[in-house]
Design a protein around this ligand. Structure first.
Ligand SMILES: CC(C)(COP(=O)(O)OP(=O)(O)OC[C@H]1O[C@@H](n2cnc3c(N)ncnc32)[C@H](O)[C@@H]1OP(=O)(O)O)[C@@H](O)C(=O)NCCC(=O)NCCS
Length: 452
């Protein structure tokens, strides 16, 4: 007897782990990101390795979703493994590594063939529309063309790079007119010179040039697994550009990660709001990176403001001035100048043109894997422009780097601000033991905790 054919179209309700409340909460949590990114331009770039490893289809489905949500997409693909395969098939010795190398006439032909093949695979993937798949009703158009003018890399240190090129300029008006019509622009790693020659481009150079020229909100590199890690092995989810440059110059990263990170840093330096290194082997990693608070990859930002710096003894007077009105109205617990002087190294301040306009303190309780954020203040004249958020993110990063796994605050009037930023209500018993002993019952502060 043959078993009846299984119905593979599981609805969400059939999935054993389906929890309606969780689904609704998750959907609502995503809403702010959807609002924030509608109409913004993302450049998404990946090497031919992603295609070789069979991750293209899943990525295209996720990108279709982004496009449907109003994100303007420019897609950049590489083709290194496919070019190498073509070279091998045709009996040539040359194989491309990860750096910039000369491209012979034969290799250029292989690059054209590989680019054509990948382009067709991508176009085919975007054309899917079977019912009960994420692509149903998607109707996504993909446009590629001669958007990129290239120049030869030329002769470097006596070596002629032949048909290897670099981006000279891009037809940004044409690209914008395509993405403004909700179509996706697809760029292959080839550019053309005014003499009518084709040049082999590095995918990373092409993607970075496109993101900079478009002043993209995001440049996302999908990498085999090249993210930056903290000392404990966890992914460093947010890196100031300066820190990225420091890592690049101290030589602690492997070659591939360095390459991606240096382009990410360059993009941010030249005005791209954020550049991400996201591992493609993780299914849905693009969605996780974009729609969750911490993401799953490494995001490079043009710092968290130059205005942020550790406090010194000279700042004590200014910190006291910031705190005093809030102590007077009961928002903050009175501390007194002496306590601030004693704890000054725990403070970070926001300074602009010599004016201290914000501060925060981090008090570690590392025996219990926790840290307290205290004295979070932004001067009223500077409030509501994101400075509070910057202080919070900085404090989270400091706490994480110190080894804390949870950050807590005690507050009487700012609970909603913290809740909106991922803190959840806790009890006195959740505090480190030493802190429980000093909990001021008459103030009855609310306790909020965030997992780092
Ligand atoms: C809390 C504080 C640091 C936020 O600083 P900020 O620079 O204004 O923060 P951001 O710009 O990142 O966020 C502003 C948003 O938070 C909201 N917000 C400010 N104070 C809030 C509060 N007490 N409760 C809820 N939301 C609040 C603002 O309305 C604004 O919302 P919007 O973006 O929808 O307009 C600042 O309001 C402050 O110094 N408050 C007094 C001190 C204090 O309460 N500190 C916390 C106790 S430790």
């Amino acid at each position: 007897m043959t078993a009846p054919e299984a119905d593979i179209t599981l609805s969400a309700h059939d999935a054993p782990e389906f929890a309606p409340a969780q689904f609704v909460r998750w959907f609502r949590e995503v809403a702010p990101y959807v609002h924030a990114f509608r109409g913004k331009t993302f450049v998404v770039a990946f090497g031919g390795e992603l295609v070789r490893d069979g991750a293209l289809n899943a990525l295209i489905q996720d990108l279709s979703l982004l496009s449907s949500l109003g994100v303007k997409l420019v897609l950049v693909h590489g083709s290194r493994p496919q070019v190498n395969e073509q070279l091998k098939l045709k009996g040539y010795d040359q194989q491309f590594g990860s750096g910039t190398e000369p491209t012979s006439a034969e290799a250029l032909e292989c690059a054209k063939e590989a680019a054509g093949e990948i382009r067709l695979d991508i176009e085919a993937s975007f054309s899917q529309g079977l019912p009960n798949t994420p692509m149903s009703h998607a109707h996504i158009r993909v446009i590629s063309g001669n958007f990129v003018t290239a120049r030869p890399v030329g002769v470097i240190d006596g070596v002629d790079y032949l048909h290897t090129g670099a981006v000279r300029k891009m037809d940004i008006d044409a690209i914008k007119s395509v993405i403004n019509q909700s179509a996706i622009v697809l760029l292959s790693p080839l550019g053309f010179s005014p003499t009518g020659d084709a040049f082999n481009l590095a995918m990373e150079d092409l993607a970075t040039s496109a993101a900079v020229a478009l002043r993209a909100e995001k440049l996302i590199f999908l990498t085999p697994d090249n993210t930056v890690h903290n000392a404990d092995g966890s992914v460093d989810t947010e890196l100031a550009r300066e820190d990225a440059d420091r890592l690049l110059s101290d030589g602690s990263l492997d070659e591939e990660t360095s390459r991606f990170l240096s382009y990410a840093s360059l993009a941010v330096k030249r005005g791209v709001a954020r550049a991400h290194l996201v591992p493609y082997p993780l299914d849905g990693s693009v969605l996780l990176e974009i729609f969750t608070h911490d993401g799953v990859g490494t995001m490079v930002v043009e710092d968290t403001l130059d205005d942020l710096r550790p406090a010194t003894m000279d700042d004590v007077g200014a910190i006291v001035q910031l705190i005093e009105p809030l102590e007077a109205d009961g928002t903050l617990v009175p501390r007194g100048r002496g306590v601030i002087e004693r704890d000054v190294e725990k403070f970070t301040v926001l300074e602009h043109d010599g004016v201290i306009y914000g501060c925060v303190a981090l008090i570690p309780y590392l025996d219990e894997g926790m840290a307290e954020m205290a004295c979070l203040i932004v001067h009223p004249e500077w409030q509501s422009t994101g400075e509070g958020e910057i202080l919070l993110r900085h404090t989270e990063a400091r706490a994480r780097a110190a080894g804390a796994r949870r950050l807590f605050v005690l507050t009487t009037r700012t609970s909603h601000w913290f809740m909106k930023r991922g803190f959840v209500r806790g009890g006195i018993a959740d505090l480190p033991r030493e802190r429980q002993a000093h909990y001021n019952h008459s103030r009855n502060s609310l306790i909020f905790i965030k997992k780092l």
